[in-house]
Design a binder for this molecule. Structure first.
Ligand code: ADP
Length: 847
């Protein structure tokens, strides 16, 4: 049954109300609160039953057929919302908007919350270690203005990027943007790629918010950013129904302050997830994230993806790490204190936009409780943080909240005695009432002589007196009890006195719950006023957490403080790849890496599996760690401050689908060549192997020469083309190194040690043997190889493109000699034709 085809006049009033609301929310799955369930109807029900594996039922709604329906219990609704949203659906929640007891006619209902991929503000529905953002994208001539919002922490930022897909993808990855809001005329090809390749939710909006939020918007000078914020805010305010008035600041991101890395580099270096399994485990962030708080983890990831370029700022972080390591007792105290802190950032987000519950406030209280201690430790460490301990909020929470308050807001049990006089008074009435019941039971037992009577309570009759069957005859008319229920074992009665007290007790109960709810809301409002300050505190705490984590890493992984220079000097002694070192069972072989203005390019040869790409990645990872403010894995390190890192390592990425591996490889190389500067780091791993040998060698050489002559970037270039190693002679800035291996009895042992000079052997067959190829095949391959080698050695011009020479044939020389000896002017045409015929026959015979 289709919703659009239903005759609405026949529908029940409740269903008509549903239809009206659904008309406004065509694109959302409507979860409609009925009693203890959220129900979905029509097509929404079909989708939800399929996606959530729920039973599809039907509801009588005035039509001949029942309306398709399925539902989820209200107390578990969050997990269902999360599932639907992660599958790309939008969800709208419909609640009663008025109290059914006081409402006249149909209770008013309406949408109170909308969930989409990028606007979930409730910490319970989010991954604690990942930020989660929505961004508006507005196109102006050559640039895209991005306004990025994390609703779970009320963080708003803006940045302007060139109108290029790769740049956009980088930022989407950087800020974990889950949803973008665009105008309906936005570039469809970009939209398609974002949607299909990166799973980004696309939301369309052509409107801009007007006066609302003027205080924030008026602070912005750039008209384009103003428009971006208005565009984003219209969508979030009108379509997602979220209040944004607590966002008072905007962070202007200046990309120039940070080391630039594209998405390939981030992926190839496995900074946040591994290439193969796309898993956080065994990535660099997995290794270094020793944070005690979720907000620290999120910040550390941001630091890792945005290493700094300002030496002073980087050194500030080093100084703090050093201080923490020196003052290890204070560091341990700090670690313990940080462990007590909950996700303050997201608690503030929940206070504004989520369903804040009493447990959240207990978490807030516990977090605030350790702030004075953290403040004191910072003072002792001479860290210049201005930590606000929010004593006033703490005092209120401490005075008001019962420690084991329930999650539910409606059932009381939240507020402590002594916090509010009125509440205390009603509570004493209630407890007085309960005492009365106990005394009343005793009293009437004595008065009536019915020894085993009991006072009980149920929802239907309220308080009642229960008398067992055997003593029923002791109940007298004069008691004025009214019989209410007959049980197999006895009778239940009510009495006027009991009813009078019952009203008082039940009233008190309801009043208490209502008043506790109101008091909770009052406290929530007080906290809301402090949100900006709490956010500042959260920012400091997460920074401290990152620094402590890096200090812990430096000890645990034996890292050292690097020196940074502006002279393009790399001097690494015994450098290591931190993840390979920890994850691999084998002993890690440390390597030096020395480069400077004179020699800025290493041409790395060595067998497959010897450790060429590990050595290359090692330099990049060390530089990223150094520039994010971390110590590095080496015995000493002097590193340049890089402006950009480019890598072309490993399998190609799926950024532009439908292109060959080689095309993608060339595009990535082009990107590096066009954008790198002399301050950049370029890593090219076996560039050119995606095409035929000659093409590959020629391109690789061309690219190396171009970088050497025009860019002067620090470059590590690994290759299988031994022919390239002669470039060392031509370009003084290029140096050959190789990763060593030893060959014994047809087997190979990798030493993983980087040494000067080149090697001229590939050991491909040895590696194939290690891989378990059949012996017969390997023997044949060895024969073929020996044949090639022989021909190579017989050829006097075997300097470059050796493999070409292998195809030359002695036959060619024979033909050449014959032609050379021919006196063309002294032969007749028929003789010429005969000679030509013979030559052709010769060639044909050989083929
Ligand atoms: P290549 O790029 O030369 O094919 P890789 O860099 O991929 O080789 O290294 C292959 C494997 O060798 C790695 O997965 C790692 O286990 C090991 N390896 C590399 N470098 C080292 C090293 N310095 N010390 C110990 N093991 C290493």
């Amino acid at each position: 049954m289709k919703r659009s085809e239903v005759n609405r006049d026949n529908l029940s009033p409740m269903m008509q109300q549903y239809m009206e609301i659904k008309d406004e929310y065509e694109n959302e799955l409507l979860l409609y609160r009925l009693g203890d369930f959220y129900e979905l109807f029509f097509e929404d029900a079909l989708i939800a039953s399929r996606e959530l594996e729920l039973t599809l039922t039907g509801r009588v709604a005035g039509l001949e057929e029942r309306v398709p329906m399925c539902g989820v219990p209200h107390h578990t609704v969050k997990s269902y919302i999360e599932k639907l949203v992660s599958k790309g659906y939008r969800v709208a929640i419909v609640e009663q908007l008025e109290d059914p007891k006081t409402a006249k006619g149909m209770v008013k209902r309406g949408v109170v919350d909308v969930f989409s991929k990028g606007t979930i503000a409730d910490a319970d529905l989010l991954n604690a270690k990942e930020s989660s953002c929505i961004s508006s994208l507005l196109l102006f001539d050559e640039v895209i203005v991005m306004c990025i919002l994390d609703l779970s922490t009320s963080y708003l930022a803006t940045l302007t990027i060139p109108n290029a897909l790769d740049k956009l993808v980088n930022e989407i990855h950087n800020y974990n943007i889950k949803e973008v809001v665009v105008k309906s005329d936005f570039d469809k090809s970009i939209i398609n790629i974002l949607k299909t390749n990166y799973g980004i939710e696309i939301s369309y909006n052509d409107l801009f918010i007007e006066d609302k939020y003027a205080t924030l918007i008026n602070k912005i000078n750039d008209i384009r950013i103003k428009m971006g914020v208005k565009h984003l805010f219209y969508y979030v305010d009108h379509k997602i129904l979220k209040d944004l008035s607590y966002i008072t600041d905007i962070d202007y991101i200046n990309r120039n302050l940070y080391l630039e890395m594209d998405i390939h580099t981030i992926r190839n270096l496995e900074l946040t997830e591994t290439v193969r399994l796309k898993d956080r485990m065994y990535s660099l962030i997995w290794l270094i994230d020793k944070c005690k708080t979720a907000m620290g983890s999120r910040k550390l990831k941001l630091w890792l993806l945005n290493p700094l370029k300002d030496k002073e700022k980087i050194y500030e972080r080093y100084d703090k790490i050093e201080k923490l390591n020196n003052e290890f007792i204070l560091k341990d105290e700090l670690k313990k204190a940080l462990f007590e802190i909950y996700d303050l950032e997201r608690l503030t987000g929940k206070t504004i936009n989520g369903a804040l519950n009493p447990r959240d406030l207990i978490q807030l209280k516990k977090s605030l409780e350790v702030l004075p201690q953290i403040k004191e430790i910072c003072q002792k460490l001479n860290f210049n943080y201005n930590i606000n301990t929010h004593q006033n909020i703490y005092d209120i929470l401490e005075k008001a909240l019962i420690e084991d308050a329930p999650i539910s807001l409606k059932e009381g049990g939240i507020i402590k005695d002594g916090y509010n006089q009125e509440l205390d008074e009603i509570k004493s009435i209630r407890s007085g009432g309960k005492e009365f019941i106990a005394q009343f039971e005793e009293k009437i037992k004595n008065q009536t002589g019915i020894k085993n009577l009991k006072i009980g309570y149920n929802k239907v009759f309220g308080y009642y007196i229960e008398v067992s069957k055997g003593q029923k005859n002791l109940v007298k008319e004069e008691f004025k009890w009214e019989r209410r229920q007959t049980l197999t074992n006895g009778e239940r009665y009510i009495s006027p006195e009991l009813k009078e007290k019952e009203a008082m007790i039940l009233n008190a109960e309801e009043k208490i719950n209502n008043l506790e709810y109101d008091l909770f809301m009052e406290i929530k409002e007080i906290i809301k006023k402090e949100i900006v300050n709490i956010k500042n505190t959260a920012d400091i705490i997460s920074e401290l957490d990152c620094l402590v984590a890096l200090a812990v890493c430096s000890e645990e992984y034996n890292l050292i403080r690097p020196n940074l220079n502006m002279e393009h000097v790399v001097e690494i002694k015994n450098g290591r790849h931190p993840v390979v070192e920890i994850v691999n069972k084998k002993e890690y072989v440390p390597n030096d890496c020395i480069l400077n203005k004179g020699i800025n390019t290493l041409l790395i040869t060595g067998p497959n599996m010897s450790g060429k790409s590990t050595f290359m990645r090692q330099l990049a990872i060390m530089s990223i760690l150094a520039q994010m403010g971390s110590f590095v894995p080496a015995t000493s390190a002097n590193l340049p401050i890089f402006d950009k890192i480019f890598t072309r390592i490993g399998a190609s990425d799926d950024l532009v689908s439908g292109e060959s591996t080689f095309m993608v490889e060339m595009k990535e190389a082009k990107n590096a060549i066009l954008n790198a500067t002399s301050d950049s780091l370029i890593l090219f791993d076996e560039l050119g192997r995606g095409t035929a040998t000659y093409d590959g060698i020629s391109l690789a050489q061309g690219i190396l020469e171009y970088i050497s002559e025009n860019i002067h970037a620090i470059t590590l270039f690994s290759t299988h083309y031994h022919e390239l190693t002669h470039l060392e002679k031509k370009y003084p800035n290029i140096k050959n190194v190789h990763v060593s291996a030893i060959e014994e009895n047809n087997s190979i042992t990798f030493l993983h040690k980087v040494k000067n000079g080149a090697i001229d052997k590939s050991y491909g067959i040895h590696v194939a043997r290690l891989a378990g190829m059949p012996d017969k095949l390997l023997n044949r391959a060895t024969d073929i190889l020996n044949n090639y080698e022989k021909k190579k050695n017989n050829n006097p011009h075997n300097e470059i493109q050796l493999s070409l020479d292998f195809t030359k044939d002695e036959k060619d020389d024979e033909i050449k000699t014959k032609l050379k000896d021919l006196d063309v002017l002294n032969i007749s045409p028929i003789e010429a034709l005969n000679i030509l015929y013979e030559l052709k026959k010769d060639i044909d015979k050989d083929n």
